[in-house]
Design a binder for this molecule. Structure first.
Ligand code: PLP
Length: 424
């Protein structure tokens, strides 16, 4: 198909994320991707500032990851996971348990981040029921979070300001504390800590679990918060028999400078969700990890009633194993620190630019916040003119490049962000 034919068919039939039909902004046709570059159908090459939404940490067409998929394709691409098991899935579960914070020993392989959050919630409700607390079926969280687009995860996104405000009257009513104040380096605010503890204590008798994104709130606002808040949550949940879920779908596998963001706080959750970079962005796969106590509790009274058709897909597990192998064998921490330094050098000068209210960098994540809603079409086009792919939202222009992005391409991304700020 020609690029024009692709666009015409796209416009006629295809629904893209968070768009109306027809979409206000026409998508760009991408024809291939290699290293940190996306190649558009018109020949333009863009440095990917988004890692395809946090996922492509090693870049595209990585020879080790390509080989893992090809090799697995030669054995089996998919088999059902009910009653069958295979080496790629077992190896992946073992590696995840080795890498994860202490105490998480059982792994449920899901097919997307949202589903892994559904499974986490189901585990917690079912565990509370199993140990004789059926009334504990609500979740608590802080505002400004994002945990996915299926119904139960939507209920713990911010029901007022968030993407799912449309559904406020339909979703299960959960318990919300305010957004954590301050940034990553700002010490915990005492009044906030008291309110957080109070929210959990007041509702403890009806809470199955607290769920949060540790340290970085991603799609809900790209906020960074002090790890001390996680320690507070760990203590108060433990004291009241409430489970703690960390959603590490965006933050997992090194993005914030530690393998998992929980490590900044030195605490372990009872349940953890991972996805996105799990397969290096190659195939759709996510996982929910839990403690033996939860697994035992649930299993004493029945089964965990969840079983996606594509659970434990061998191709996805094989490429996840290869991606985690690359991470473990390489200097991912050094790469993330270098990307962070490049983003800091490139983005800090934007502080003070008219319209810019904040610039923040943590790990390999850079965020520029504006005092107005970004003009998505104009900002994206301006970045593309600089040879950079970005996807701003609301008042945020942000980037989380592949860990393998070199210094010259980091400078190019920063120039793309600056151009988007000026245009958007
Ligand atoms: N949780 C977090 C923290 C996320 O950032 C996302 C996706 O952006 C999700 C859950 C949902 O994952 P998925 O889009 O794979 O369903």
């Amino acid at each position: 198909m020609t690029p024009e034919e692709i666009l015409a068919a796209d416009r006629a039939h295809v629904w893209h994320p968070y768009t109306a039909l027809p979409s206000a902004n026409q998508p760009y046709v991408v024809s291939s991707a290699e290293g940190v570059r996306l190649r558009l159908a018109d020949g333009r090459e863009l440095v990917d500032g988004m890692s395809s939404w946090w996922a492509a940490i090693h870049g595209y067409r990585h020879p080790v990851l390509d080989a893992a998929v090809t090799d697995q394709l030669g054995r089996m691409s998919h088999v059902m996971f009910g009653g069958l098991t295979h080496e790629p899935a077992v190896q992946l579960a073992r590696t995840l348990v080795e890498l994860a914070p202490e105490g998480l020993e059982h792994v449920f392989l899901a097919d997307s981040g949202s589903v892994s959050v559904e499974v986490a919630m189901k585990m917690c409700l079912q565990y509370q029921r199993a140990i004789g607390r059926p009334q504990r079926r609500r979740l608590a969280t802080w505002r400004g979070g994002y945990h996915g687009d299926t119904f139960h995860p939507m209920s713990v996104c911010d029901p007022e300001g968030g993407m799912h405000h449309l559904w406020g009257d339909v979703l299960p009513r959960q318990v919300f504390a305010p957004v954590p104040p301050g940034g990553f380096a700002d010490p915990p605010d005492e009044a906030y800590v008291a309110a957080l503890v109070d929210a959990v204590e007041r509702h403890a008798d009806e809470l199955a679990a607290v769920i949060v994104e540790p340290v970085v709130q991603g799609a809900g606002g790209m906020r960074f918060h002090h790890p001390g808040y996680l320690r507070v949550l760990r203590e108060v949940t433990q004291a009241h028999g409430v489970l703690l879920i960390f959603d590490e779908i965006a933050t997992g596998f090194g993005r914030t400078g530690t393998m998992f963001a929980a490590e900044h706080a030195g605490v372990a959750p009872d349940v953890m969700c991972v996805g996105k970079a799990l397969t290096g962005g190659y195939l759709t796969l996510a996982a929910t990890l839990c403690t033996p106590e939860i697994a035992r509790g649930i299993s004493a009274t029945g089964v965990l009633a969840h079983g996606p058709t594509f659970m434990g897909n061998p191709l996805a597990c094989a490429v996840a194993n290869a991606s985690l192998g690359l991470l473990r064998a390489g200097d991912w921490a050094g790469q993330v620190a270098r990307v962070g330094a490049g983003l800091r050098a490139g983005l800090e000068p934007l502080r003070g630019t008219p319209g810019v209210t904040d610039v923040r960098v943590l790990g390999a994540i850079g965020v520029v916040q504006l005092d107005h809603e970004v003009d998505l079409g104009a900002a994206t086009a301006a970045a593309i003119d600089r040879g950079v792919w970005l996807r701003p939202f609301r008042d945020l222009i942000y980037t989380m490049p592949p860990y393998v992005t070199d210094d010259a391409d980091l400078a190019r991304i920063a120039a793309g962000v600056a151009a988007a700020v000026a245009a958007g």
